[in-house]
Design a protein around this ligand. Structure first.
Ligand SMILES: [Zn+2]
Length: 325
C-alpha cells in the first residue's frame, strides 16, 4: 500500500494531506516538491484517489477499487497528467487542459484533477497560461497538483498560489527495501542503495559492466588487502584494466564500494548474508587503522578525475595502504 510507504518515509506529507482530508479543506493547488526519486507522482495520484475513492479507509483511498485503479493507470476521464519529465510542457497543452476542464465532469464524482509532473520543465508561455488558470479556478471541484524537483525554477507567482508539500530525501534503507521488493538481490540492493539514491538508477547501474567488474574487484580486494595486496595489484592490472574508456569508471565504482565497506567496518553495520558482511566482520576484528585507509581511498577518488595515469594512481593507493597496515 502506498499509504504505508508515505506514512513511513514522508511523515510530514502524510500529516499535511491527512489534515486536509479529515477537515475536508483543500487548497486549490498543491505543489509537491522534493528531490528526484521521492514518491511525488505516486503520492499525487494517491491523493487524487483519496478524494474520489468509493471505499475509503480512514479517509484515504482503498487503492484497490475500480476508481482507484483507473486513477493509478491514469485512465480516469477527469484526470489529466501533463508529463514534463522527458519533454517540456507546452502552452497548447495547458490551453487544452483549460478547455477540457471548462466542461462538465465526465465521472460521477464531479471532481477534476490535473497533475503537472516536473512542472519546472514547462515553457514560460505555458506557465503564464497556467497562472491565469490558477487565478481563475473553474469552480471548487478542480484540483491541481504541481510536481517539481526544486521550486527554484518556478515563477514565484505560481508558488504563491499553491500550498507547498515538501518531500524529504529518502534514506538508503528506503531504497534498499524498495529494491528488495522489486526482486533485486540482497547484496546489490545493499550496495546500490548506498551508492545511488534513485531506484531506477540503481537498476541501471546494476546492469552495467563497470559495476559488475568493480564488485568482483572489491571482493578480491577486501579478502586480499591485508594478506597479499601485491597479488591483488597484479591481478587488477592484468585482469581488470585495459579498456581505456571504462577503466576510470570501474576504478571510481571500485573505490565507492570499498569506501562503503570500510565505513561498515568502522560502524560494524552491514548486510550480513554475503561475502561482504563476512569480510566486514573479519576486518573489524583486526584493529587496522581504518580511518587512514578511508582517507587514502577518498584521496584516490578525488584524484581520479584528474588522473592522467590511472595505473600510477592505483599503485600509489596500494602502496599507501601497505604502509598503514
Ligand atoms: Zn478505492
Amino acid at each position: 500500500m502506498l499509504r504505508d510507504k508515505i506514512i513511513k518515509t514522508q511523515p510530514i506529507v502524510y500529516k499535511t494531506l491527512n489534515n486536509a482530508i479529515q477537515s475536508k479543506k483543500f487548497a486549490h493547488a498543491y505543489l509537491f516538491t522534493g528531490p528526484k526519486g521521492t514518491p511525488k507522482k505516486e503520492a499525487a495520484l494517491w491523493f487524487a484517489q483519496s478524494l474520489v475513492c468509493e471505499h475509503k479507509v480512514d479517509g484515504f483511498a482503498c487503492e484497490e477499487c475500480d476508481t482507484c485503479r483507473r486513477i493509478h493507470e491514469e485512465n480516469y476521464a477527469d484526470l489529466i497528467v501533463l508529463d514534463g519529465t522527458k519533454s517540456s510542457i507546452k502552452k497548447e497543452s495547458i490551453l487544452q487542459l483549460q478547455e477540457q476542464f471548462s466542461k462538465t465532469a465526465l465521472e460521477k464524482s464531479g471532481k477534476k484533477f490535473y497533475i503537472l509532473d516536473t512542472a519546472e520543465n514547462a515553457t514560460t508561455e505555458a506557465l503564464n497560461s497556467l497562472l491565469k488558470f490558477l487565478e481563475e479556478p473553474n469552480g471548487q471541484d478542480t484540483q491541481a497538483i504541481l510536481i517539481v524537483d526544486s521550486i527554484d525554477r518556478l515563477l514565484p507567482t505560481i508558488i504563491s498560489r499553491c500550498q507547498i508539500i515538501p518531500f524529504k530525501p529518502l534514506k538508503s534503507e528506503n531504497y534498499y527495501d524498495e529494491a528488495i521488493q522489486d526482486g533485486m538481490d540482497i547484496l546489490d540492493s545493499y550496495i546500490l542503495s548506498n551508492l545511488v539514491k534513485d531506484i531506477d538508477l540503481m537498476k541501471q547501474t546494476q546492469e552495467t559492466e563497470e559495476y559488475q567488474t568493480a564488485l568482483v574487484a572489491v571482493e578480491r580486494f577486501v579478502t586480499q588487502f591485508d594478506r597479499d595486496i601485491d597479488r591483488f595489484l597484479v591481478w587488477f592490472e592484468t585482469e581488470i584494466l585495459g579498456n581505456k574508456d571504462k577503466d576510470k569508471e570501474i576504478y571510481k565504482m571500485f573505490l565507492d564500494i570499498c569506501l562503503l565497506f570500510f565505513r561498515d567496518v568502522v560502524s560494524l553495520k552491514s548486510e550480513q548474508s554475503s561475502w561482504f558482511g563476512k569480510e566486514v566482520k573479519r576486518v573489524a576484528e583486526k584493529k587496522y587503522a581504518i580511518d587512514r585507509i578511508l582517507l587514502i581511498l577518498l584521496e584516490s577518488k578525488d584524484k581520479c578525475n584528474r588522473a592522467y595515469n590511472l595505473q600510477l594512481l592505483i599503485e600509489q593507493m596500494i602502496y599507501q595502504i601497505k604502509e598503514v597496515l
